[in-house]
Design a protein around this ligand. Structure first.
Ligand code: X8Z
Ligand code: ZN
Length: 661
């Protein structure tokens, strides 16, 4: 038995000798202290110290992200290490309490949040081990480099295999060349997953141990605990089933267009789609193949970049326009520190991380955006999106530190994207004088909805599947990681790997959130909330007409709906917040607003697919054999891989010609 913590802690009113024991295989039951004054004192101290810690870490991360020197990197790592120690100490202190017996419900919930579902319950060795495993996997992922696609095999030309994720993402988005796409897909998946597979397997083991100490069956249950809802899984499953008919219509239409482009060599007309031709390295979001599937070419597409440039917009004006959007709703202007310290343009003099992000320095004063703003539509949208996060920070600033977060992990993104549904919107661009496209033309609307569906509807099953897979691995173990990944992707997305994959591959880890230990279901929840919040704001704004034409700009009523969500932060259960949003009608996540938004497109798709034999996909043995070894026993895994090699010898031979391997 390992002792997690032995402490002697003196309180003002009494002294108590506390022994907290937990074996890694044993459940941690909490401490014995039930004294409310002690609990409140601990929570007060935590509030001050955690905010202070957060300020230190954010400051160091900001310094590095906006000036990537070795010195700043070292400083950042030092502060992050300190944060990990602080988290561990906090857990130990919180664990001295028997949270269930604390009389005050607010203090009880806060201590429960600090105690439960916490890897700090592990022994120091294991806590350090899992921390390092994740750091190492993140590092391996960050250093993946792939070889470029080469068609000109001139021996005198050297090939540098130095393409990074951004390069791979760009090729997958821009290219419509099957062989180039296949090459990049294969390179990325072969070079990212397998190198970290062993580390991941150990990570699963230790994460499960931590979960069990906290009283969960395994780490999947611990991950879901964050949502504090017993119906959470069922609620999500219900929503994905509601979305499926729309997804299948979209899928079928897209398949017919891709079939026309790539032919029967690559696509079966009633089958699933290979993952490499969807305009995205992970096949998650299909907006980049809009040009291949546009319903009415020659009709309006939404792109205001040229107009922004014509009107002489600068990055600063883009930011001012976003700020004015929020103040038009009655929300707060950006504070002086925001304008003083934000990085809104890429500096020439130093190396910076350009990914747009919104920062809360946790001192109720300092809020910043980091964005290498170019004047184009993408950046206009990104600025509005990031500023929504800042609004969230500003409104929940008066909550205790522990509640300064979204009501659940999906809320921050859900709120930000809900606002974007009003901004990235032909009605809004027309009102802002950035587009002269008529908004009442049927073909323009369908084109717009198609683009939105490629981004949002196509994304739904992917966003759902990632953590379904992770839960399964935590529950059932690591022996079938790759085939389970593709099994789920085929079931929900109708997507198969473009070439045979074996258990020696580890394709889920080609997505950063897997090695980086970042939960993913929050993006699925954010997607549902995005439309739920949009609907609530549009109703408040008195919008009539189709939901996709709603623009909440200048509606104080919509602003009030938003403020009500933002200011509670995490202080209320998220289902109470959903109840506020639906004016008491429901406290559930719902796909209905999303379906309402796409209703005109669904009707159009049904017509377009009228002569398709299969709406959705029929999978056959060949599809399954692409990723499923015949027999799963450990002892004959090699044999199985050899069998697959034989089955796919023709495909592999073709690929080898193509990929020059
Ligand atoms: O991971 C992200 C952001 C950070 S919150 C870059 N996203 C998900 C993804 O890339 O898969 C944003 C959309 C979904
Ligand atoms: Zn965001």
């Amino acid at each position: 038995m390992e002792t997690v913590a032995i402490g002697f802690k003196c309180f003002i009113y009494f002294c108590v000798f506390i022994i907290i024991r937990a074996n890694d295989n044993e459940r941690f039951n909490g401490g014995f202290n039930t004294n409310l004054d002690d609990a409140l004192r601990f929570l007060n101290e935590y509030d001050i110290e955690a905010a202070n810690m957060c300020f230190r870490v954010s400051s160091a991360q900001w310094a590095y992200s906006t000036n990537m020197t070795d010195y700043n990197k070292r400083r950042m790592i030092e502060e992050q290490t300190l944060q990990a120690k602080f988290d561990k100490i906090t857990w130990k202190k919180a664990a001295e309490f028997d949270w269930a017996k604390i009389s005050d419900p607010i203090a009880r919930r806060q201590i429960r949040m600090l105690t439960m579902n916490n890897r700090a319950a592990l022994s120091d060795d294991k806590y350090n081990e899992i921390y390092h495993l994740i750091s190492e996997m993140k590092d391996l992922y960050a250093h993946v480099r792939i070889c470029p696609y080469v068609t000109d095999f001139n021996e005198s030309v050297s090939i540098y295999c130095d393409l990074e994720q951004n390069d791979a993402v760009k090729i997958m988005a821009d290219s419509h060349d099957n062989l180039e796409l296949l090459h990049v897909w294969k390179e990325w998946h072969d070079k990212s997953g397998p190198v970290m597979k062993n580390k991941f397997m150990r990570y699963v083991e230790v994460a499960n141990q931590a979960a069990r100490i906290n009283g969960f069956q395994d780490a999947s249950e611990a991950m879901q605990f964050t949502y504090e809802s017993a119906e959470f899984e069922d609620n999500l499953a219900q929503t994905i089933h509601q979305i499926m008919p729309l997804y299948k219509e979209l899928f079928t239409y897209v398949r017919s267009k891709l079939y026309a482009k790539y032919g029967s060599e690559i696509i079966r007309i009633d089958g699933p789609l290979p993952a490499h031709i969807l305009g995205d390295l992970w096949g998650q979001e299909w907006g980049n193949i809009y040009d291949l599937v546009i319903p009415y070419s020659g009709h309006g597409t939404v792109d205001v970049t040229a107009e922004l440039l014509r009107q002489g917009f600068t990055p600063l004006r883009v930011f001012q326009m976003a700020e004015e959007f929020y103040t038009s709703l009655g929300l707060k202007p950006m504070p002086p520190e925001f304008w003083r310290y934000s990085m809104i343009e890429k500096p020439n003099s130093r190396k910076v991380q350009c990914t747009a992000s919104a920062w809360d320095f946790c001192n109720k004063m300092d809020y910043r955006i980091k964005q290498c703003t170019e004047v184009d539509m993408k950046n206009l949208i990104a600025t509005h999106h990031e500023m929504a996060h800042i609004q969230y920070y500003l409104y929940y600033a008066d909550q205790p530190f522990i509640y300064r977060d979204g009501a659940n992990p999906g809320f921050h993104e859900g709120v930000a994207n809900a606002v974007i549904l009003s901004v990235f919107n032909p009605t809004h661009f027309y009102r802002m004088g950035l587009s002269r496209n008529r908004t009442d033309i049927y073909e323009n609307n369908i084109n717009f909805l198609m683009l939105m569906a490629l981004r949002k509807v196509a994304y739904a099953p992917f966003a759902y599947v990632v953590d379904q897979w992770r839960y399964q691995i935590f529950q059932q173990g690591v022996t079938k990681m790759n085939s389970e990944w593709w099994k789920l992707r085929l079931r929900y997305q109708g997507v198969v790997p473009p070439i045979p994959r074996f258990e020696s591959h580890f394709d889920a880890a080609a997505k950063r959130h897997i090695p980086a230990d970042i939960p993913y279901v929050k993006y699925y929840i954010a997607l549902l909330l995005e439309f739920q919040i949009h609907k609530a704001m549009c109703t408040a704004a008195g919008h009539t007409g189709p939901l996709h034409t709603c623009d909440i700009y200048r509606s104080r009523e919509a602003g009030r709906v938003l403020i009500d969500i933002l200011k509670v932060g995490k202080a209320r259960h998220w289902q109470d917040v959903v109840k506020m949003l639906t004016r008491g009608k429901s406290d559930k996540l719902s796909a209905e607003p999303l379906l309402e938004y796409f209703e005109p497109l669904l009707e159009w798709l049904k017509q377009a697919n009228k002569y398709e034999k299969v709406v959705g996909w029929m999978s056959n043995k060949k599809d399954v054999a692409l990723y499923q070894p015949l027999v799963y026993s450990k002892s004959n895994r090699n044999m199985v891989d050899i069998y697959n090699l034989i089955v796919f010898s023709v495909i592999a031979y073709k690929s080898s010609l193509v990929l020059n391997i």
